[in-house]
Design a binder for this molecule. Structure first.
Ligand SMILES: *Cc1c(COP(=O)(O)O)cnc(C)c1O
Length: 400
């Protein structure tokens, strides 16, 4: 009644499978039997209201840190005029317990670990996923083990260790190669090692689609722009809408906008060039540290979905990302550099006429600005240095 199915050729595997990808490398997703008849029901948490869409047998409320229920807000005049889009909404995932959307997926991973009787959960992450699973491990009493690359920001490592996770920093020439190696360790250790694009984590991200469905009174937006790295978030969101469609609760699917940094755009480049496979990137640097997967495993699914469903894809240059991060901040939202890419992308797509004047667009605010202080060193820092003798005159000048 519940199984894993590979997303391109439909290979089937047991739900309990440790490995996160099919033997041929395709991404896996959970198939829940009876989704056509599933209906929302009353409940406090989104995962209680949409329990019939989820594969877990039991979901223990005490594992929750209060994730989800994030605001969907009008973007306001500054962002609308910058992007050139009038119907612009922000889904503010920075208000999750560890300040990124990763918390939704971490809760799903904890539900899975509890159901399987696993005492340890491992993950590989550049920062936000590790921070998130560390917090959920602390909450639920499941040991969290996090593999990080050398470039993971110190703020995120501090959070992981504060929550009591075991952090293993791996020196490796390339993050994609490191990821492959680490994920392969499951076999000898019989350990579930969760990546950013696994089928269980994705079930947690699905909940965001259900929340948008509720917040928009059942009417999906035309577009949802998602900064994309491992690809779990974007496919989880879309899976949620596919299931709502299958259940007859919505009449059409939103179109996704895949957004990456121009310096690392393995998916966006493939979509733009009209090829079917991920174009691997290596030896790059981008200020958008949270979206640095250069060769996303299972990424071909996203390229196939883009062509099947008419998704858009756009990248953002380094200077544009920093500008967009500042524009977001000037409008009141302090987002991570990786998140800022969505504003650049939507602005470009609107200018090119790919997004229509009357289309509604949701920007996913995936992570909070204070999570990567290093990226902020590129921003201007305007503080008036004063002292008790000068504070009066400084104030006078400031008010001019
Ligand atoms: C993880 C992350 C992303 C990318 O999500 P994927 O599921 O890896 O594609 C984007 N922005 C932020 C802030 C993140 O932490």
């Amino acid at each position: 009644m519940r199984k894993l199915v590979s997303t391109l050729t439909g290979l089937e595997y047991p739900f309990e499978r440790f490995e996160e990808f099919a033997d041929n490398g395709e991404a896996l997703e959970v198939a829940v039997a009876g989704v056509e008849e599933a209906r929302p029901r009353p409940g406090r948490h989104i995962w209680e209201r949409f329990a019939e869409f989820l594969p877990f047998k039991a979901m223990d409320a005490s594992a929750s840190l209060g994730e989800g229920n994030t605001p969907l807000v009008d973007a306001g005049g500054r962002l609308k005029s910058f992007a050139g889009v009038n119907r612009l909404l922000l889904k503010n995932e920075t208000q999750n317990p560890t300040w990124s959307f990763k918390d939704r997926g971490s809760l799903a991973c904890i539900f899975m670990a509890q159901e399987m009787g696993e005492r340890t959960t491992a993950t590989i992450s550049t920062g936000n996923m590790g921070h998130s699973i560390a917090a959920y491990g602390a909450r639920s009493g499941i040991k969290a083990l996090v593999f990080v690359p050398e470039f993971a920001p110190r703020e995120k490592l501090m959070a992981m260790t504060m929550h009591g996770a075991t952090v293993i920093r791996v020196r490796a020439p390339d993050y994609a190669a490191m990821k492959k190696e680490v994920l392969g360790l499951w076999k000898d250790f019989k350990l579930r090692i969760v990546s950013g694009n696994g089928p269980i984590r994705t079930e947690g991200y699905k909940l965001t689609a259900f929340e948008l469905f509720e917040q928009l009174q059942g009417e999906p937006p035309d577009y949802i722009a998602v900064p994309t790295s491992a690809c779990g978030h974007i496919r989880g969101l879309f899976k949620g809408f596919r299931e709502l469609l299958a259940a007859g609760l919505i009449g059409r699917l939103p179109r996704m906008i895949v957004v990456q940094a121009a310096n690392n755009s393995p998916i966006v480049s493939a979509i733009k060039q009209g090829v079917k496979h991920v174009i691997p990137f290596s030896n790059f640097h981008t200020v958008a540290e949270a979206i640095t997967t250069g060769n996303p495993m299972g990424g071909d699914e996203i390229i196939a979905k883009a062509s099947e469903h008419g998704w858009l894809a756009e990248d953002a240059a380094e200077a544009e990302i920093l500008e967009a991060q500042r524009v977001f901040a000037e409008a009141g939202w302090f987002v991570e550099s990786a998140t800022a890419t969505v504003l650049c992308a939507v602005r470009r797509l609107r200018a090119a006429g790919r997004i229509g004047a009357g289309d509604s667009v949701v920007l996913m605010l995936t992570g909070a600005g204070l999570k990567d202080l290093d990226a902020l060193k590129h921003q201007s820092f305007n503080v008036i240095e004063s002292n008790l003798d000068n504070v009066r005159s400084d104030l006078e000048r400031a008010l001019l």
